[in-house]
Design a protein around this ligand. Structure first.
Ligand SMILES: CC(C)(COP(=O)(O)OP(=O)(O)OC[C@H]1O[C@@H](n2cnc3c(N)ncnc32)[C@H](O)[C@@H]1OP(=O)(O)O)[C@@H](O)C(=O)NCCC(=O)NCCS
Length: 112
């Protein structure tokens, strides 16, 4: 996950369709997150998926993705376009995601 500006986070956080925070039961520390942005009817983008390093590979990312998929399965109408940019191999495949190539390829424009 690439860094965001405080200006961007202030403007964008809270504007998502759905978000998940992974919180430790004992300390209530937040150790992971995931968001869905989009128009709520035709396009849904899963983004900002993160579990902090110390807590990775303990099932936290799976909990976040299960909650996101539960939201999408209930809220996304038929033929919705659901996509994400994967930085890791072998994680999102578990929920049925597959590379968009060769039909299409993700592209990025970095500002600033
Ligand atoms: C990707 C990420 C969200 C997964 O969260 P997590 O809590 O580590 O995931 P889980 O413990 O639920 O993983 C379950 C399974 O997913 C797969 N998996 C998870 N992370 C993986 C990785 N980095 N590479 C390959 N497979 C991975 C494995 O099969 C894993 O099972 P295993 O640990 O028994 O091998 C987390 O590793 C992360 O935040 N990574 C760095 C930030 C990042 O790259 N975010 C953007 C992702 S697009």
């Amino acid at each position: 996950m690439s860094p965001r500006s405080v200006q961007g986070a202030t403007k964008g956080l809270g504007q998502e369709l759905f978000s998940v925070l992974l919180r430790l039961e004992e300390s209530e520390e937040i150790v992971g997150m995931g968001r869905v942005v989009g128009d709520g009817g035709t396009i849904f983008v899963i983004c900002d998926m993160l579990v902090i390093e110390e807590y990775q590979r303990k099932g936290g990312g799976t909990i976040i993705m299960d909650a996101i998929m539960d939201y999408l399965l209930h809220e996304a109408p038929p033929n919705s376009y659901i996509n994400l940019m994967a930085d890791v191999d072998g994680f999102y495949e578990r929920w049925g995601f597959e590379p968009s190539l060769p039909r299409s390829r993700g592209m990025v424009l970095r500002i600033g």
